[in-house]
Design a protein. Structure first.
Length: 750
């Protein structure tokens, strides 16, 4: 009796069948048998360097898989050849033009003596090569450094006619590794001359504003250099055209030029700009009117502009010129439900549909990770496919899925891999592709990792919560990251670790997959403080002490982040070491005693109830804030802060300290100044010092700064602290004219 072993690798509907022993079906193509092959590769004599290089890639993987080295020939022969066809099918079985730039056909001839790799372009042939390597040789590339190349003495193919032409013709992610991109058929564009947020580059305010403020946005009757351009000004049009001509001459290979709003709000409110926007029902009206005129000056170029935030809605009447590209962005959307099914995303869905009625030249910019906390749970894998299918239904053929240019963040390799497969074919069987990845990437832990993913996604759906690219895990402590669910995740991950305990590579990947929940546990423990799952317990005298398990968790989390090569925990910064220092400081400072600790506080104006329930006691509870203003900070919106503390009895006071936080992307600024006062009787206060702000108001990112004074020993019972708020966001800020926040931490009296 003959034994047969058939291995089926399913990927996007493709099947590879390998009869390891015995004789295959009558129409089998024996490419390699028992480590030997009668085949060679026909390469047309006029083949390009790119095609020759991809033939070498195919040969290399055949060597690695089966140990054979197929020769290359410039002569066609009757049978037993791999035939490279670029530009035409020699037996006219099909028209290669129909394959467009990216598509290909992998096929066998009747009788299965020849294997054809056919494409219309060199790039399409490259896609054919990598598809053959993956789908028919069984190789996998899970990341730039993690691959699976099976070894087998036989490669036996059944009858094949595999035609693939992607509906998304520009498939982009934030990936920089060219070989990974080639393998997964990503085609990040290299024809950009200018790329997004270019108004300041084209008309620099430092060059023009002093002499020509009329070139820039008007806000509440005043021109500002930190907003946008006045697109109704004829000189602005002239300057942009001249600058583009200069840039195009310097970079003649570029064909894609962005003329687009800065990354602020503040559209121009002059009468001419407002009139256009009023008629069109959107700020995109004045932008598109301007960009169309620019496009007319450069008919051989693509002029791109953003439909982003305030300009996202399509205009009512103006249509983009054929060479105008609309870069439509989904940054505000919820990621817990598919866009087309989510009531919270109905405005964006309408914008997609409206723009699609105006043009088919849309660049869809989608966001797929949590930028504010990269190593934090973000269960959005279930929305990737339906969202891409929604884009395709609306005729969108250019999609950029923005993650990060490096492989870190929650399930980075898996998310990037799935997106690459979906960008090529939005209708793949996602479950099969995910399971295939998990098995190859996590080995014996794969079923547990899949259970962990499914359990968290189900918990999110049951909670009804949204997912925000700028979210925090503390917000979900009563939902999908509740204590009960965290216990479930921990039990699953314990089993995953145990399943691969003896394999250091798989074990390291499982531990990296566990980092997001460890991060969430730390953040929730910091927020809970001395609560049930908090990071502190109380000493007999009422002061706090750090729970040993929290010390241990912090050490393990930071060490494993560094072992995994994770450089930062936030899009714009915070290295694992900086996170350690910040959390360590929170632990240590919160356990220190001072004269005002747990003393009564009276606020002259109430704090916002959005943060720490507005409780004045947050200023003397001993708990320090960190770079998340949501926790252990008191916020004051558009108002000064004034707090009076009763020390309970006269005390000798030598200094007063406090800290404030700035996060301008959240409308939070440092106070202009902080004044300090002392009193014996609670009625008559005398000033003892003032601390001025030293942090530039334009400084981006999260900044925590001290406002401290020291003085000669003074007897006092009452302490008053007053912080001066700038009241409104600066004219250049995206929240221009809106209320500015200040956030204050513990008031420490020494």
């Amino acid at each position: 009796m003959k034994r047969f072993l058939t291995i089926l690798i399913l990927l996007g509907g493709l099947v590879f069948s390998d009869a390891v022993e015995g004789i295959g079906a009558p129409d089998s193509l024996y490419l390699v048998k028992a480590g030997y092959s009668f085949y060679d590769i026909y390469l047309p004599p006029d083949a390009s360097e790119m095609t020759s290089a991809n033939v070498d890639t195919l040969r290399r993987y055949l060597r690695e898989v089966a140990g054979i080295d197929l020769p290359v020939t410039g002569k066609l022969r009757g049978e037993r050849q791999i035939v490279v066809e670029i530009g035409e099918s020699r037996d006219h079985r099909f028209i290669t033009e129909d394959l467009s730039n990216d598509g290909f056909v992998i096929s066998t001839e009747p009788g299965n003596k020849k294997l054809f790799l056919t494409a219309h372009t060199d790039y399409g042939f490259q896609n054919a090569v990598y598809t053959f390597i993956e789908s028919y040789l069984g190789c996998r590339r899970f990341s730039p450094t993690i691959m699976v190349v099976p070894k087998r003495p036989d490669i036996v193919l059944q009858k094949i006619f595999d035609r693939q032409v992607p509906v998304i013709t520009s498939r982009m992610q934030d990936i920089k590794d060219p070989s990974y991109m080639a393998w997964h058929k990503l085609n990040n564009r290299d024809d950009f001359g200018l790329f997004v947020h270019t108004f300041d580059k084209l008309v620099p305010p430092e060059k023009y504003f002093d002499d020509h403020p009329e070139y820039f946005s008007m806000l509440k009757g005043v021109r500002t250099s930190h907003g946008q351009l006045c697109l109704a000004n004829p000189d602005v049009f002239r300057i942009v055209v001249e600058e583009l001509r200069t840039l195009m001459q310097a970079k003649p290979s570029a064909t894609f030029w962005s003329v687009s709003q800065n990354d602020t709000y503040v559209p121009c409110e002059c009468d001419a700009c407002r009139e256009i926007d009023s008629v069109e029902g959107s700020s995109s009206g004045s932008i598109l009117s301007f960009v169309n005129r620019i496009a007319d000056e450069f008919p051989d170029m693509t002029i791109s502009t953003l439909a982003y935030q305030y300009s996202r809605a399509a205009p009512k009447n103006i249509r983009p010129r054929p060479n105008v590209n609309i870069m439509l962005c989904s940054i505000e959307c919820n990621r817990s439900r598919p866009l087309a099914e989510d009531p919270a995303s109905i405005a964006f869905v309408r914008d997609v549909e409206n723009w699609s009625r105006l043009t088919n030249n849309i660049f869809l910019w989608d966001y797929v990770i949590q930028f504010r906390n990269l190593v934090s749970p973000f269960p959005n894998l279930h929305v990737l496919q339906p969202n891409l299918q929604f884009f395709v239904r609306n005729g969108i053929s250019t999609v950029f899925e923005q993650g990060l240019p490096n492989f870190y963040g929650e399930f980075a390799e898996l998310r990037i891999y799935l997106l690459a497969k979906l960008l090529w074919n939005p209708d793949i069987n996602v479950d099969s592709v995910m399971n295939d990845f998990l098995q190859g990437f996590y080995g014996g832990a794969a079923p547990h990792i899949r259970r962990y993913i499914d359990t968290m996604h189900a918990a999110l759906q049951a909670s009804g919560e949204g997912l925000d690219p700028f979210g925090y895990p503390v917000r979900s402590e009563n939902g999908y990251l509740s204590p009960d669910m965290m216990d479930v995740y921990e039990e699953i991950m314990d089993r995953a670790e145990e399943a691969v305990r003896d394999d250091t590579a798989y074990l390291g990947r499982v531990r990296t997959a566990w980092l997001p929940v460890q991060f969430a546990l730390l953040e929730q423990a910091k927020a809970s403080a001395n609560g049930k799952r908090g990071c502190f317990s109380r000493n007999e005298d009422g002061t706090l002490k750090v729970r040993p398990e929290m010390d241990s968790l912090l050490e393990v989390f930071v060490r494993r982040c560094k072992e995994a090569g994770i450089p930062r925990l936030w899009e714009h910064g915070i290295t694992p070491d900086e996170y350690y220092l910040s959390t360590r400081t929170f632990f240590d400072e919160s356990t220190k005693d001072h004269l005002a600790r747990n003393k009564a506080v009276i606020l002259s104006r109430p704090a916002s109830p959005k943060y720490h329930q507005g409780e004045a006691a947050a200023l003397t509870d001993g708990l320090r804030g960190w770079n998340d203003y949501h926790t252990h900070w008191l916020g004051f919106e558009g108002e000064d802060m004034e707090a009076a503390i009763d020390l309970g009895s006269p005390q000798t006071v030598t200094g007063i300290k406090t800290t404030f936080l700035q996060d301008i992307n959240s409308w939070v600024f440092m106070p202009l100044a902080v004044m300090f006062f002392l009193s014996v009787d609670g009625e008559h206060f005398r000033p003892v010092g003032e601390a001025a702000n030293a942090i530039p108001v334009e400084r981006d990112g999260v900044v925590i700064a001290p406002f401290d004074i020291t003085f000669t020993p003074t007897t006092a019972r009452y302490v008053r602290v007053r912080a001066v708020n700038m009241k409104t966001c600066p004219a250049w800020h995206k929240g221009s004219g809106g209320p500015a926040w200040i956030f204050i931490d513990e008031i420490i009296v020494q």
